[in-house]
Design a protein around this ligand. Structure first.
Ligand code: PLP
Length: 410
């Protein structure tokens, strides 16, 4: 008899963005003529930049010739891209990585979900709350998260990030965390972590023999020079942290699929009898067994981001989104809403007024202004009383949405 992995059955079947779509559809049925603007889902809208398109065309042409054709590539990714990453993303920040510490992925979601295969099922995990749902759900699927009670998993340690603590999680004092998920700049709050705060986490991990899984998907949006782009800017992080990068938000690659994961060679975890095991060869083994590499065309596209033209063009699109973020912050604050993020990240995290719940505010905004936001509670219990707006829309849609919110608020 084939038995199912019952851990899957514990996952709540309400998926945040499906719930939003359902409510938006219900509204549309009643108001078929309404023109709805979504500042909800975190997907980019602007096209790929010319440098990337040119590189993709070239790669496609190569694939059509006998000399240029490429079949299976290295599971770890092509050297041309890994070299470009070393030289551009790390060396200028004083971080020296070995090329074998870089693993090209098909987007950060896959690897942030898969990485938990390297650790035993009974490690405790700590997450910031609110949180990108992949971190918890991937642990639920193998039975590490325990059972769901009142919106919380019994074996997950939630570290609340709210206005009261400046959205920086407090290091747990009353319990031990083996594995900590951090994401900065943060989705959904749009907040960042300073070097000093991040140093506390690295020191905690080193002292307590914990691992940090660091999601840097939004590092390209950092404008403040004091905010770290990589956890490896902190001394000692090579011994305790794995880092995930993605070109999705950096260069509009949500449909192209490419990113990379850093697993330093100094990083080890313990066996039950205390032997130290390096994780880099384990991840290499895992990838070689279960992954056949990111496609050549996407990797050439990613390489093009590091050319001078690519850098300049990608920066232009990021600036475009950040203009939206600045306008949103200015308008929402002018209207008296309490807003966070939006300065080093394309997300604005807004406190709902007068104790309105996340879903109540979502509906008020949908019915009153025909604008869609994301209810904060969908990202975790500490997201209740907040909503998320994304800056990934066009200027026209963003301006129109803000105008409607202004009219509705009067
Ligand atoms: C968008 C996003 C990613 C990137 O996912 P891809 O699979 O690379 O598209 C990773 N982490 C967070 C928190 C994100 O919001």
């Amino acid at each position: 008899m084939a038995l199912v992995n019952e851990h899957f059955l514990k996952l709540p079947n309400n998926y945040l963005f499906a719930d939003i779509a359902k409510k938006v559809n219900a509204f549309k049925v009643m108001h078929p003529k309404a023109d709805i603007i979504s500042l909800g889902i975190g997907d980019v809208t602007q096209p790929l930049c010319p440098a990337v398109i040119e590189a993709m065309h070239k790669a496609v042409e190569e694939m059509g010739t006998a000399e240029g054709f490429r079949g299976y590539g290295p599971e770890q990714g092509y050297e041309f891209l890994r070299e470009a990453i070393l030289k551009n993303d790390f060396l200028p920040r004083g971080i020296h990585l070995d090329i074998d510490e870089i693993f090209i992925n098909d987007g950060a979601k896959s690897d942030t979900g898969n990485i938990q295969e390297l650790i035993r099922w009974d490690n405790s995990i700590g997450v910031t709350d609110p949180i990108y749902p992949v971190y918890i759900d991937s642990n639920v699927m193998i039975g590490r998260a325990g059972v769901l009670q009142d919106g919380r998993w019994s074996n997950v340690i939630y570290m609340p990030c709210t206005a009261e603590n400046g959205f920086i999680p407090k290091i747990p004092e009353d319990c031990h965390v083996d594995v900590i998920y951090l994401c900065y700049p943060n989705n959904p709050t749009g907040m960042v972590i300073s070097k000093q705060e991040l140093r506390h986490w690295v020191n905690y991990a080193l002292k307590n023999d914990a691992l940090i899984f660091y999601d840097a998907a939004y590092q390209a949006y950092i404008t403040d020079p004091d905010i770290p782009h990589s956890i490896y800017e902190i001394r000692g992080a090579r011994k305790c942290a794995i880092e995930f990068h993605s070109y999705s938000k950096t260069a509009g690659f949500t449909g192209v699929r490419c990113g990379y994961t850093i697993v330093p060679k100094d990083l080890t975890a313990s066996t039950l009898d205390g032997q130290r095991i390096p994780l880099n060869p384990l991840w290499n083994r895992r990838q070689s067994t279960k992954f056949n590499g990111t496609n050549y065309i996407s990797q050439r596209a990613a390489e093009a981001i590091y050319t001078p033209e690519g850098q300049q063009q990608v920066r232009q699109t990021i600036d475009y989104y950040m203009q939206n973020a600045h306008k949103m912050l200015a308008t929402l604050r002018k209207l008296g809403f309490e807003c966070y993020g939006g300065e080093n990240a394309p997300y604005i995290w807004m406190h709902t007024p007068d104790g309105t719940s996340s879903w109540q505010f979502f509906e008020q905004l949908l019915y009153g202004a025909n604008v869609v936001c994301t209810p904060g509670v969908g990202f975790g219990p500490s997201g209740e009383g907040y909503v998320r707006f994304t800056a990934f829309g066009s200027h026209e849609h963003t301006d129109e949405a803000l105008h409607r919110i202004e009219m509705w608020n009067k």
